[in-house]
Design a protein around this ligand. Structure first.
Ligand SMILES: NC(=O)c1ccc[n+]([C@@H]2O[C@H](COP(=O)([O-])OP(=O)(O)OC[C@H]3O[C@@H](n4cnc5c(N)ncnc54)[C@H](OP(=O)(O)O)[C@@H]3O)[C@@H](O)[C@H]2O)c1
Length: 273
């Protein structure tokens, strides 16, 4: 399935667009006709996505930036106004995860998760709302949360995703009189590079079923081929980034009279990292 609403004339920002879910969302919004501003730290993969979008007749722009820098994060929404005079869609997707028990946790991993998954998202929401209000156009903000937000014992990573849902719901109430809609998308397991800091045995298992002759180095990215083949072999347990892009395309393609506020997506069977 490929959900492709007509987003011609719209401008979208996607954070964490250099890999995984964000990259798939950016490419999908571009394929739907939106001008996509891709934000991330890894320029090479974003350039590849820009090439794919422009080859198909679309328009895309790369902004290399670190979401942990609040000024750079706020500037993403402003850059949409500078380039197009509008901002229709803002996707707060960038995220990191370490799943260690709290008693064994590392304060720098907690800081990275809180600053990337929560603080950057707050700054992104605030900047996007200010930009959308300044144009008077309706806008949509998609916050990428996780099914970890539905589990009360999901550790520090899960706590950041609970925070995402609380922030999203609070802003929805603050924006009751605005034409800006917010949605919290909660994926279950998706085959991306989010697992690079997880239990190496699980990731090595995914590499093994992919059939690709490669070695997983903890903390480093896996090749797309490994993720795609691993996902295909384990599709009962892991979704693909395109499945989440389908959900985002569906939400942003709805008429303004419909707002999907929370959307959880799970593979058919559980898979515990
Ligand atoms: N995969 C899953 O199973 C799953 C499930 C539920 C929710 N999620 C959520 O989905 C979102 C996307 O993750 P993913 O699964 O697609 O993982 P991923 O492949 O590791 O992608 C994460 C993205 O976030 C970006 N990012 C991280 N820190 C950043 C920073 N400081 N500044 C700028 N960009 C930064 C990365 O960019 P660079 O590499 O260029 O730095 C990358 O583009 C996250 O919020 C994650 O929590 C994932």
């Amino acid at each position: 399935m490929s959900v492709t609403p007509d987003l011609s004339g719209q401008t979208a920002v996607v954070t964490g667009a250099s890999s995984g879910i964000g990259r798939a969302i950016a490419e999908r919004l571009g394929a739907c006709g939106a001008h996509v501003i891709l934000s991330g730290r890894t320029e090479a993969t974003m350039r590849q996505s820009v090439d794919a979008i422009t080859r198909a007749g679309g328009r895309a722009t790369v902004k290399v930036s670190d979401v942990r820098d609040p000024a750079a994060m706020a500037h993403l929404a402003e850059s949409a106004l500078e380039l197009d005079g509008r901002l229709d869609i803002f996707v707060n997707n960038a995220g990191v995860a370490w799943l260690a028990p709290i008693i064994d946790g590392d304060v720098e991993h907690w800081r990275a998760m809180l600053e990337t998954n929560v603080l950057a998202l707050l700054v992104g929401c605030q900047a996007a709302i200010r930009a959308m209000r300044s144009t008077g156009n309706p806008g949509r903000i998609i916050n990428v949360s996780s099914v970890a937000a539905q589990d009360r014992a999901s550790g520090v990573y899960g706590a950041t995703k609970h925070a995402v849902n609380v922030i999203t719901q609070t802003l929805r109430e603050e924006l009751a009189d605005d034409s800006i809609q917010l949605c919290s998308i909660m994926p279950g397991l998706v085959a991306t590079n989010i697992g690079r800091n997880h239990n190496p045995a699980v990731i090595e298992g995914i590499v093994a079923v992919s059939g690709v002759d490669t070695t997983f180095v903890p903390g480093e990215h896996l090749a797309n081929e490994v993720l795609e083949k691993g996902q295909a072999a384990l599709s009962d347990f892991m979704m693909s980034p395109e499945d989440i892009a389908d959900a985002v395309a569906y939400v942003v393609g709805l008429p303004a009279s419909v707002n999907i506020t929370d959307l959880a997506l799970r593979p058919p069977k559980g898979f515990d990292l």
